[in-house]
Design a protein around this ligand. Structure first.
Ligand code: CO
Length: 137
C-alpha cells in the first residue's frame, strides 16, 4: 500500500500562500525551488511523513497555467510513493489507466515521477514518485 508522498496545491502567489501555510498554520518550509523548465516555482512544506507542495507559475507557459485559468487555486494532485516506478506503471497500464507523457523524468527531488490522467483515477490527477531511498536501501 503506497504512502502519500505529497499533496499538490496550485496557488496564484507563492509568497502570499506561504504567509498562510507557514505563518498562519505553522508548517515548516523544507524547500523552495525554481523548476524553470516546467515554468514552476514550488515550495515543499513538511507534514509528518508526507509534504504539501505549493505550486505557482513562474511564467505564462507553466504546466499549471491552464489549470489556474480554468479552475483557479486549489487541489491539483496527490502523489504516492512507489518502490519501483516501472513496475507501478506496468500495473497501471495493464489495468487500463492512462499514463501522461513525460513519465520517468526526474521530479523536484531527483526521484523519477509519472502522472496518471484524472480520468483513470476517479477525477484525481495522480503522481507516482519513485522512492529512490528505498530503492537504494
Ligand atoms: Co507533485
Amino acid at each position: 500500500m503506497p504512502d502519500i508522498d505529497h499533496i499538490g496545491i496550485c496557488v496564484h502567489d507563492l509568497d502570499a500562500a506561504l504567509c498562510a501555510w507557514r505563518d498562519g498554520l505553522g508548517f515548516r518550509v523544507a524547500d523552495v525551488c525554481d523548476l524553470a523548465d516546467r515554468g514552476l516555482r514550488v515550495a515543499f512544506l513538511d507534514a509528518g511523513s508526507s509534504r504539501v507542495e505549493l505550486l505557482a507559475s513562474s511564467g505564462p507557459d507553466s504546466e499549471i497555467a491552464g489549470f489556474l485559468a480554468r479552475r483557479g487555486e486549489g487541489m491539483h494532485h496527490v502523489a504516492f510513493r512507489v518502490a519501483d516506478l516501472d513496475v507501478a506503471l506496468a500495473a497501471a497500464r495493464s489495468a487500463g489507466m492512462m499514463v501522461l507523457p513525460g513519465a520517468g523524468r526526474p521530479g523536484a527531488h531527483g526521484g523519477r515521477v509519472a502522472f496518471l490522467h484524472p480520468k483513470s483515477a476517479n477525477g484525481v490527477l495522480l503522481e507516482l514518485v519513485e522512492d529512490h531511498q528505498a530503492a537504494a536501501g
